[in-house]
Write a protein of this length. Structure first.
Length: 274
């Protein structure tokens, strides 16, 4: 039995019968990403560097802030500022949508054993499937460009926040839950005033992992014309320009470290408050 034939038939059927839906979805998501990119393009580079450096200082400390300003100045000096902002816009947009979908799903799986049983193998499949495979249906449904790259990134990066949101809520001590109920807390009050605040450090770890996976997928998505720093790396590979490829890779690493340290700083500060 050729499983691939059935998958191909299913995808062809979807593209033929739901093309207006995919076109509308592409228009909405593409417009959101373009607005995000226009905002980042419109801000002078020194203002962006200053704002990100201040954020790094307050959330991750002075050494991270020093690395941030030096790293971003190096990116600007290499001439990759435009591509970096393009990558940052795509990462933050994809991460935002992944969190918008993943956190409610994580809450649902934590509160429903049946949903957890259904979602677990699906999440396993999403995490273990090679990243390149996600590019195939994304291109078939949305064509080439940033939109299919964003959708492939969302699917690839969503499982960590779903799992860690569910884990964080499940790890809230039963004694605290029972005490809240005994004081008359409604299910919504129990969720928003007890479970989510206590699970927030674990959820923020999931946010950190989602951002890192989004960044790794955005680089791969350059193969379907998603642009950004991934396109620089891809040019270095296809044109055998070793120096260009390494420069693009260095820019990706700098951006990844900055985002990682800032999100880790948020998690650590939240734990200290607890």
């Amino acid at each position: 039995m050729m499983i691939g034939q059935y998958i191909e038939t299913g995808i062809t059927w979807l593209t033929e019968h739901f093309s207006p839906f995919f076109d509308g979805l592409s228009y909405i998501v593409g417009g959101f990403i373009e607005c995000f990119q226009d905002v980042l393009y419109g801000i002078p580079f020194y203002v962006t560097i200053g704002l990100i450096t201040l954020l790094s200082w307050f959330k991750a400390g002075r050494w991270t802030a020093l690395f941030t300003v030096l790293g971003l100045l190096l990116i600007y000096g290499m001439g990759f500022w435009f591509e970096t902002m393009q990558t940052l816009a795509l990462v933050l947009s994809s991460t935002g949508i992944a969190l918008l979908l993943g956190i409610p799903l994580g809450i649902w799986t934590a509160r429903s054993a049946r949903c957890n049983q259904i979602a677990r193998p699906i999440l396993d499949f999403m995490q273990t499937m090679p990243a390149f495979v996600y590019l195939i249906p994304a291109v078939l449904f949305f064509g080439l460009g940033t939109v299919p790259g964003a959708f492939a990134t969302i699917i690839f990066a969503m499982p960590p926040v779903v799992r860690l949101t569910s884990l964080g809520i499940s790890q809230v001590p039963e004694t605290i839950i029972e005490a809240s109920r005994s004081f008359g807390a409604t299910p919504s009050q129990l969720l928003f005033k007890v479970q989510l605040p206590l699970a927030l450090p674990t959820i923020l770890t999931g946010v950190n992992q989602t951002i890192m996976m989004s960044l790794s997928m955005v680089v791969i998505a350059a193969m379907i014309s998603a642009g950004g720093l991934g396109e620089i790396v891809l040019k270095g590979i296809t044109q055998m320009k070793i120096g260009l490829g390494f420069e693009g890779g260095i820019a990706v690493v700098i951006l990844a470290i900055i985002l990682d340290r800032i999100t880790q700083g948020l998690t650590k500060r939240n734990k200290l408050k607890k």
